[in-house]
Design a protein around this ligand. Structure first.
Ligand SMILES: NC(=O)c1ccc[n+]([C@@H]2O[C@H](COP(=O)([O-])OP(=O)(O)OC[C@H]3O[C@@H](n4cnc5c(N)ncnc54)[C@H](O)[C@@H]3O)[C@@H](O)[C@H]2O)c1
Length: 396
């Protein structure tokens, strides 16, 4: 059966959702909804994306739409995803799940009770060698994990004339760099290691504390203002360093920043075990570094023939034919639609597929980091208010 998809929020990342869906071959793009009918019509023509709806409610009312992709700015995630679930649609939301932890919890609970597929595009999970790393660690190939570290560094906000809605807490959420890209790293670290971050100690900083807001500020990655714009004080962080403690006893750290010249999309993850190490770098995604103590280190280049059976399906080309960002994104979207076709049964969810449960968990992590920094840089537990409520009820 061909499934129909509709997309709300046709900006930067939307084009990649559409591209991924088209590559599946059995999903029809029904239409899109944007911030105004006029801009949506223009965007629908540019993206060849079917109908232009007057707003997301009109899109949700269309019975031809079975799956809703939510690629709006963060402050609209809750409203759009909740309405989509209530309309009986499967939801694929971009990250973060919502702008606050409370909103994320509400979405997670609504999705859990809805018998519908609920996906958050933590797309870095979709790389074949990320799945290879996950499989190797799960199978004990590096022994007990003891240290998990890395970074997610970018430079697109280096210039003080660069501006994005992400820097406005009302639109992007209280956190900027951590919520925007630190979220990806934390999800990846937990997914690959199978361990959970239970305590954090965070130091946040705003390097560029005043920016010029260009007229095109609503657009992501808007770039520099051509004419001098209005000055605006920036309160959310553009760099952060976080120490981590995991539930399996492992320690770790991550650095995040978006004002770091030369770093484009520099996500790196390294896991050191007692018997070996594994490192992966997003900008060299076809290589997995395998470190050893008493024998030579090796580099596993992506080759379906050499990969773990659970990871092989994420590689589509033979060795020597590089696969990259768009292919990994497509893999996550393929898993999402595979789950939808299995009626979104809990036992049928592909292991690599991130859900609203993961999105909620991720919001708890970012929230704990914000709390840690606000308290002056002290360890904070990653608490789950749902769990706390349940424990208190049991005790009482
Ligand atoms: N997974 C990733 O790697 C990745 C990368 C980039 C962005 N994202 C996420 O995707 C989301 C969108 O980011 P972006 O970079 O594409 O932003 P963007 O600003 O380019 O796009 C947002 C779109 O939403 C539209 N919009 C605004 N108000 C709307 C409304 N009321 N109804 C419908 N549409 C509305 C805007 O017109 C715009 O087209 C964010 O949550 C961001 O965190 C994820």
């Amino acid at each position: 059966m061909t499934l129909g998809m509709g997309l709300v929020g046709p900006g930067f990342i939307a084009a990649h959702h559409l591209d991924a869906v088209r590559r599946l071959g059995n999903v029809e793009v029904i239409g899109i909804a944007g911030s105004s009918l006029e801009s949506t019509k223009k965007r629908a023509r540019e993206l060849n994306a079917g109908r232009a709806y007057a707003g997301y409610r009109e899109l949700l009312a269309d019975p031809a739409v079975h799956v809703v992709h939510n690629t709006t700015p963060n402050h609209l995630h809750r409203e759009v995803s909740l309405a989509a679930l209530r309309a009986g649609k499967h939801v694929i939301s971009d990250k973060p799940l919502a702008a606050t932890m409370e909103e994320s919890r509400e979405l997670y609970e609504a999705a859990r009770d809805a018998n519908l597929a609920h996906v958050v595009t933590f797309n870095y999970r979709g790389y074949p060698l990320v799945q290879q790393a996950r499989a190797m660690i799960a199978k004990g190939k590096i022994g007990k994990s003891v240290f998990v570290h890395g970074c997610y560094l970018q430079d697109w906000l280096t210039d003080e004339r660069a501006y994005t809605w992400r820097l406005d807490p009302k639109l992007g959420g209280a956190s900027s760099a951590l919520g925007d890209i630190g979220s990806h790293w934390c999800d990846l670290a937990e997914h690959v290691t199978g361990a959970r971050i239970v305590e954090v100690l965070a130091d946040l900083h705003t390097v560029v504390a005043e920016r010029e807001v260009p007229d095109t500020a609503a657009k992501a990655f808007a770039g520099k203002a051509k004419a001098p714009g209005k000055k605006r004080r920036i309160t959310s962080e553009d760099v952060a360093s976080v120490l981590l403690r995991f539930d399996n006893g492992a320690r770790g750290c991550v650095t995040v920043g978006q004002v770091l010249p030369g770093h484009k999309n520099d996500l790196r993850l390294e896991v050191n075990g007692r018997e070996g190490s594994i490192a992966w770098r997003q900008e060299q995604p076809n290589e997995l570094w395998l470190g050893h103590h008493a024998k030579a280190n090796t580099v596993l280049t992506r080759d379906p023939a050499l990969m773990d059976p659970t990871a092989r399906g994420y590689a589509h080309l033979p060795a020597g034919h590089p696969e990259a960002w768009a292919d990994a994104f497509r893999n996550i979207i393929a898993d999402a639609y595979a789950w939808i076709r299995r009626d979104a049964r809990a036992d049928a969810k592909p292991i690599a597929l991130p859900t609203f449960a993961d999105g909620y968990r991720n919001s708890l992590l970012v929230d704990a980091m914000l709390r840690s920094h606000a308290a002056g840089g002290v360890w904070q537990p990653v608490t789950d208010p749902l769990e706390t409520k349940r424990t208190t009820r049991k005790r009482g």
